[in-house]
Design a protein around this ligand. Structure first.
Ligand SMILES: [Zn+2]
Length: 77
């Protein structure tokens, strides 16, 4: 996404020092959540283990990406 703000052109980018996104899975049939992890296989394993224990089968995945802004050109803000 780009936008002009105070005569400067900025870009919003994923923070290269913080990849990959942090994620967790939440069961939609109860309130339980997986631990936060950058590794999708770990949240998938949590969901499969939760299903085996509870018979719950509906989940929602949340992922958060840290972002940075970077001035492209111009402006003195
Ligand atoms: Zn559940």
């Amino acid at each position: 996404m780009t936008t002009i703000l105070r005569h400067a052109l900025w870009r919003v980018l994923p923070d290269p020092a913080r990849r990959p996104p942090a994620r967790y899975v939440q069961c939609r049939e109860c309130e339980e959540k997986s631990p936060v992890t950058p590794v999708q296989a770990e949240s998938d394993l949590w969901a499969m283990t939760h299903s085996g224990r509870t018979q719950h089968t509906l989940y929602r995945e949340f992922a958060a990406t840290d972002l940075i802004t970077k001035r492209v050109r111009g402006g003195s803000s």
